[in-house]
Design a protein around this ligand. Structure first.
Ligand code: M6R
Length: 608
């Protein structure tokens, strides 16, 4: 949550930092701000709202200076308002700071600073950092040359929590940046360097990057980058080349990123099927894995029990994964919401495999769950989209999903890529040579061709205030995912249930005003789900079914049907996910909601 960026070089910093926060806006969009240094003075502009609105009023690109930092906020402490917007400055206006994360002991630090005579201008936790740095800078011995790096290192000893921040001083040509739990990457240019929460903010300038690790401090000037431990020891620099380009992170003519990403799914599946782990190969070991990789399809079979940890959409992929792993590989699997798992002292042994699923690879609860699993001696495996992200680096082994950059806050193509990887893993663990059939790509394309029909249904139903989603077996996690998609982007209340649970309570909700989306392909539980639909119809409920093409029974029974192509039963989730995504998308679009940046949300949830 929150995006931070920095620039030092020879170009106007305001324009570059504005572009950076445009790219990072998916991380938070409550308020934005930029600080630059020009003529030995700090210049700060900040305001409430989205980047484009604030920029229209404040014209960031006109800010003078070739050195600066910027921020886009997802509020944690204090409401979105001018006072709580970053950057923060110290009382003498010498330092400016942008922060992503949470300072857990900020109240205690605030109290301490207040007693020292510091007054605060915001309700945020972040502001304490800049005052501490300023205080520690000034307390340095008068006879020595004052060092911002030393002042920051001293400050780090006082901070508790998770953070990444960038700080600058009006009289210094450097940016000091720190990482502890929140992402931070440095982009290397010619006589210029960049900092950002995410590669997407700097990829148009450079593809040579250094990922800052937890407990590292970076000192960045226009000609050099140095890394230090939190104790001040110098660390080596590991430069990596980014393989994708900006084009992939742009809308390419689609009205929204979400729509573009939905339509990219055939290519995502194709790309996933081309990866080495699809061909029943040993898993690719990571050079930076915390222990030497011995995790192959052979050795993996020694795991007697699998636990999947994830949040949100990734967790619904995990629940589907549980069904697939048990059915295909025969290994018992459970799926747990990461935020619950991490606080319940789970029973794990060294023959347990814990799989973390995450698009961003930065989700705080999923990361904590993996750390706990490691502490308890379990083997860890990540199913991760963002290469070199924190979780990818912390797990013993990683299977990268091939979704490419996902920008829309609502996860779509990443979900599909996670499913494909789970199928591949399940087949590999089962020792089966089979893999996904290539014709699944054609069937996904055919399902996408239903877009116009689904848009018409969205027109018909968008006035409804509540929706029920039901499904059995693998259709139940899909129901959860469909309901999440609808509520997060259209703000319509939606609840999902296993279809068999209806008569244990939720059927009381059924009325003409509360439509049910019933996921009912011709699979092993078809007849059972059909009976549940009958029960809804008998109570005057409206039913929009998603079923198999040619199913006349479903057509007669339901108010509306979205017919997907017939596929091998086990692969239905890959086609059924699409109408659920498109239905939510069109309802949100008709309601003129901010599809890509829904209220109160952020793409990357790096706070718990
Ligand atoms: O980056 P992750 O996959 O770990 O994110 C997990 C959830 O925050 C994410 O899937 C969220 O639920 C999506 N916005 C749902 O569309």
């Amino acid at each position: 949550m929150c995006g931070i960026a920095g620039y030092i070089g020879e170009q106007p910093a305001g324009a570059l930092l504005l572009n950076a926060i445009r790219q990072l806006e998916y991380r938070g969009y409550d308020s934005v701000g930029i600080a630059t240094i020009h003529g030995g003075t700090l210049h700060v502009r900040k305001g409430v709202g989205k980047v484009s609105d604030v920029n229209a009023a404040l014209r960031f690109a006109e800010m003078a200076g070739t050195l600066g930092i910027s921020h886009t906020r997802w509020s944690t402490h204090g409401k979105p308002c001018q006072e709580n917007a970053h950057p923060f400055v110290d009382e003498r206006q010498e330092f400016a700071l942008v922060h992503n994360g949470i300072i857990e002991n900020y109240l205690e630090l605030k109290e301490k600073l207040r007693k020292e005579g510091v007054s605060f201008s915001s309700e945020t936790d972040s502001e304490v950092i800049v005052h501490l740095i300023a205080r520690n800078y000034r307390h340095q011995h008068e006879s020595e040359r004052r060092s911002i790096k030393e002042a920051v290192l001293k400050t780090l000893q006082e901070l508790q929590g998770a953070y990444a921040f960038c700080v600058l001083h009006q009289a210094s040509q450097e940016i000091i940046a720190v990482r502890n739990g929140s992402p931070l990457v440095i982009g290397l240019g010619e006589r210029e360097n960049f900092l950002a929460s995410d590669v997407s903010a700097l990829i148009q300038h450079t593809k040579r990057v250094i990922y800052v690790n937890d407990f590292e401090l970076a000192r960045v000037t226009k000609d050099a980058v140095e890394l230090f431990s939190f104790h001040g020891e110098k660390h080596p620099l590991h430069v990596k080349d980014i393989k994708w380009d900006l084009e992939q992170a742009q809308k390419q003519g689609y009205k929204h990123f979400m729509l573009k990403e939905i339509f990219e799914q055939p290519e995502v599946i194709a790309e996933s099927l081309r990866t080495p782990h699809s061909a029943f190969a040993p898993f690719v070991p990571l050079s930076f894995a915390s222990e030497p990789s011995t995790f192959t399809t052979q050795s993996a079979r020694r795991y007697k029990h699998i636990t999947i940890v994830a949040c949100g959409t990734a967790s619904y992929a995990g629940l589907l994964g549980k069904y697939l792993l048990e059915r295909i590989s025969g290994i018992p699997a459970v799926n747990e919401i990461a935020s619950e798992f991490r606080y319940r002292d789970p029973l794990l042994e060294n023959n347990s495999l814990v799989i973390a699923i995450s698009q961003s690879g930065e989700t705080a609860d999923t990361l904590a769950a993996i750390r706990l699993a490691k502490e308890k001696g379990a083997r860890t495996l990540g199913i991760i989209n963002v290469v070199d992200s924190t979780i990818a680096r912390e797990v013993a082994d990683v299977l990268y999903t091939r979704a490419g950059p996902e920008i829309g806050v609502a996860s779509t193509k990443a979900f599909t890529a996670q499913l494909v990887t789970l199928y591949q893993l399940a087949f590999a663990l089962a020792g089966k040579k089979s893999d996904l059939p290539f014709d699944i790509i054609e069937n996904v394309k055919k399902t996408l061709a239903l877009n116009e029909h689904i848009k018409q249904l969205a027109q018909k139903y968008y006035h409804s205030q509540n929706f029920l989603y039901i499904g059995r077996n693998t259709n139940f996690p899909l129901a959860l995912e469909g309901a999440l998609k609808l509520k997060e982007i259209s703000y319509i209340h939606a609840e999902a249930y296993p279809a068999g649970e209806l008569k244990h309570g939720p059927i009381a909700l059924v009325s003409e005003e509360m439509p049910t989306i019933a996921i009912c392909p011709q699979d092993a539980v078809y007849q059972k789900t059909l009976s549940n639909i009958e029960e809804i119809k008998a109570r005057n409920g409206k039913v929009i079914a998603i079923g198999t093409e040619g199913d006349t029974t479903l057509q007669k029974l339901c108010d509306d049907v979205i017919f997907v192509p017939k596929v091998d039963e086990i692969f239905y989730p890959l086609v059924l996910a699409i109408p659920l995504q498109l239905f939510a998308y069109h309802i949100a679009d008709i309601k003129e909601c901010d599809v890509d940046q829904p209220r109160n949300l952020a793409k990357s949830v790096t706070v718990e």
